[in-house]
Design a protein around this ligand. Structure first.
Ligand SMILES: [Fe+2]
Ligand SMILES: [Fe+2]
Length: 356
């Protein structure tokens, strides 16, 4: 009897060893890794689709988005989903939002949307919401809690009482350097929603927040800014691993504030200069950030692009796919506890950096 048992036990053990050894390595890793540890998604942002008249749109901005969509569709492995980071349109008109939505519909992965100020200030997000759904929401994916905020709201007085027409309101908010603009904010109502949403999340669950404006204060004059950034950061403080990914700035930025890692994404439309080029302005470009080279105006797609994002142990690594420019990867450095460029550690080491 006992012989029988041990013989059967041996056969079973030998069988499982054989099964493991014939599995491809990737399958073995999948079987033993926690599902939450590693997956990818793509991030496309700031397409600024601009209507001219009739069926005519600004070709240059169309081409930026078309290229990002085509390249995203070619990625292997396929991204789990695609985020669009806001400013799909230039002046939030129906033709612009429809045209942009049509281009995004060609993506062969699920798409989730973030609201930008260029999508909002004509009809206060009404048509955008009809096309894409709620302006703030959360979802869970493979053990990570994702939160999408509408961070481009501002004071009611500015929004409702100052402008004779919705078109003028849109134009005033669309200018980068316009003193008639108003600082962005998440606002009390949405902060209360965020508080309730996060109450259901365990402290060791990785949290990724998507916003359009930075949830940190970089330069108020250009609205590289969220007025209630500290209040939002305070709600995120109790969690072990928090990552905020934002659009709007059309340039590479990264930072670490306490437990929160910040990463910006590129625009597909055009690059903005860095605020530091505006020497007289008070600005706080994160010291960690090594700026990208200024775009070469002879290449119309230079310093634009999109990102493939790897979620790795609850932190995000951004691979920037830069058109007409050297690609960069900004990954979370677990030893140093902040995001860092994987190659470029010091501005002085960048061989081609003759200007910003
Ligand atoms: Fe933008
Ligand atoms: Fe924006």
């Amino acid at each position: 009897m006992s012989n029988n048992f041990s013989r059967r036990g041996f056969i079973k053990a030998a069988g499982s060893v054989a099964a493991v050894s014939t599995l491809p390595v990737t399958l073995v890793e999948l079987a033993f890794a926690k599902a939450a540890d590693n997956f990818t998604f793509a991030y496309i942002s700031d397409a600024h689709i601009q209507h001219i008249r009739g069926t005519k749109f600004v070709n240059n901005w169309d081409r930026g988005l078309i290229r990002a969509v085509a390249e995203t569709n070619l990625m292997t492995p396929k991204p789990d989903f695609v985020m669009f980071g806001g400013d799909l349109a230039q002046l939030a008109t129906k033709p612009e939002l429809d045209h942009g939505a049509g281009m995004l519909a060609k993506l062969n992965a699920p798409v989730r949307m973030v609201m930008g100020e260029h999508d909002y200030y004509l009809d206060l997000g009404e048509y955008w919401s009809k096309l894409f759904g709620p302006q703030h929401y959360s979802f869970d994916h493979k053990g990570v809690h994702f939160v999408v905020l509408n961070s481009i709201l501002t004071h009611d007085d500015w929004t409702f009482n100052r402008w004779p027409t919705p078109e003028q309101r849109m134009l005033e908010m669309a200018g980068l350097d316009n003193p008639n603009g108003s600082p962005f904010m998440v606002g009390e109502k949405q902060r209360e929603w965020l508080k309730q949403d996060l109450a259901k999340v365990k402290m060791d669950t990785p949290v990724v927040v998507f916003s359009h404006s930075p949830i940190q204060k970089i330069y108020k004059g250009w609205n590289f800014w969220t007025d209630d950034a500290e209040e939002v950061q305070a709600l995120l403080k109790p969690f072990d691993k928090v990552n905020v990914i934002y659009g709007h700035v059309h340039q590479i930025q990264y930072n670490q504030i306490g437990n929160i890692a910040f990463n910006s994404v590129m625009a597909t439309a055009w690059p903005w200069p860095y605020p530091q080029s505006y020497a007289q302005a008070e600005q706080y470009l994160p010291k960690l950030t090594i700026p990208m080279n200024r775009a070469d105006p002879f290449f119309e797609r230079d310093a634009t692009g999109w990102q493939m994002i790897n979620v790795n142990n609850g932190r995000v690594d951004l691979a920037y796919n830069l058109y007409n420019n050297r690609s960069r990867t900004v990954a979370f450095d677990h030893k140093r506890g902040h995001p860092a460029d994987t190659q470029l550690q010091d501005v002085a080491l960048e061989p081609n950096r003759t200007h910003f």
